[in-house]
Design a protein around this ligand. Structure first.
Ligand code: UDP
Ligand code: MG
Length: 314
């Protein structure tokens, strides 16, 4: 009986096309590595035969460990499930199942871990993705960094090697709307970046819909920043000050000058502007309230339908 030192965790949603290449590269990595490694593959409710492939593999190769979710829960929750099932005693290596994060970098990451780091996160030097996506990511990470109360590294995703003690903390964090890279940064200990070039997908298309991508960005901002809500209250104070000044001007005019009817357009403009500001403010409060609402339900974060673990390998 052996305990794996490292768990490689990869969430898969409809990745049938890239599956053979993924397994080939992971198996080659395990064969050549002096470390004992298990691979946790999470089926995030795939509609193709990804689940079937994982099942067959986990039943025949003891190094593969399959976790099957009851339906599609999204990348962050699939990862959460995988990290929770990982048994690696030293660290968990989080990668994407489409091979955009080369698993072969494990030895480099592991070296940095041994040098006293608890988290080695990947920093993307280059991305092989569309211009719009690249620009969007670039701007988002810089915006988040400037408003977040946690220092979240730039251009780094979930691709990381995370020590057992940090994984244990992560597993205890019950937050419902998860932004794992933010949680990982929040935990602290020694964290360091490792630069790499993000590959293009080996097969298929991105499984992140635009809605999911925006959802992730929203979670980053509203879970790790107080800025939006503080900004709104500051705007409120500013508006009150401006209106006070305006009020004083009007009174002085009334006392010392001839009364003139004026400013209907300005009035209309101000009314529309501030109804807009108020709606925005309500929306921002709503984002936080929504998160409280979902959290207060206390539902399990995800539902595991089935798990195939080789019990010999514990
Ligand atoms: N993924 C998942 N559930 C989802 C969407 C994506 O498990 O609902 C997986 C997907 O199979 C891949 C990883 O998460 O292994 C990253 O997704 P994707 O490549 O689509 O995202 P991108 O690289 O385009 O940001
Ligand atoms: Mg991808």
């Amino acid at each position: 009986m052996k305990t794996p030192q490292i768990s490689i965790v990869a969430p898969l949603y409809n990745e049938s096309e890239s599956f053979p290449q993924l397994i080939q590269r992971l198996s080659a990595l395990m064969d050549s590595s002096p470390l004992t490694i298990e691979v946790v593959l999470i089926d995030d409710g795939s509609k193709d035969d990804t689940a079937l492939r994982i099942r067959q593999l986990a039943l025949t190769d003891e190094r593969y460990h399959g976790v099957f979710l009851s339906r599609n829960h999204g990348h962050q929750l699939a990862l959460t499930a995988g990290i929770a099932s990982a048994r690696g005693s030293e660290a968990v290596f989080v990668i994407d199942g489409d091979l955009q994060d080369p698993p072969e970098l494990l030895p480099d990451f592991y070296k940095l871990l041994q040098e006293g780091n608890d988290v080695v996160y990947a920093v993307r030097k280059k991305r092989k993705e569309s211009f719009i996506k690249k620009t969007g990511y670039h701007l988002f990470y810089r915006l988040l960094r400037s408003i977040s109360y946690v220092e979240i590294p730039l251009d780094s995703g979930d691709f990381a090697l995370i020590s057992r003690r940090v994984v244990d903390v992560m597993n205890k964090m019950p937050e419902e709307s998860r932004y794992l890279r933010g949680m990982r940064s929040w935990i602290g200990f020694n964290q360091t970046g490792f630069e790499y070039e993000r590959d293009a997908r080996v097969a298929g298309e991105s499984k992140y819909s635009f809605r999911q991508l925006f959802g992730l960005a929203y979670n980053g901002i509203f879970n790790f920043s107080e800025f939006p809500i503080k900004f709104m209250s500051r705007m409120g104070v500013l508006a009150i000050l401006i209106s006070l000044v305006y009020f004083i001007i009007v009174v002085i005019k009334k006392l010392f000058f001839v009364q003139v009817i004026e400013g209907f357009t300005a009035l209309l403009f101000v009314i529309i502007l501030f109804s807009g500001v108020q709606l925005l403010a309500l929306g921002i409060i709503g984002e936080y309230v929504l998160r409280i609402f979902f959290q207060s339900k206390n539902r399990p974060l995800y539902i595991v339908k089935e798990e195939i673990i080789n019990r010999e390998y514990i």
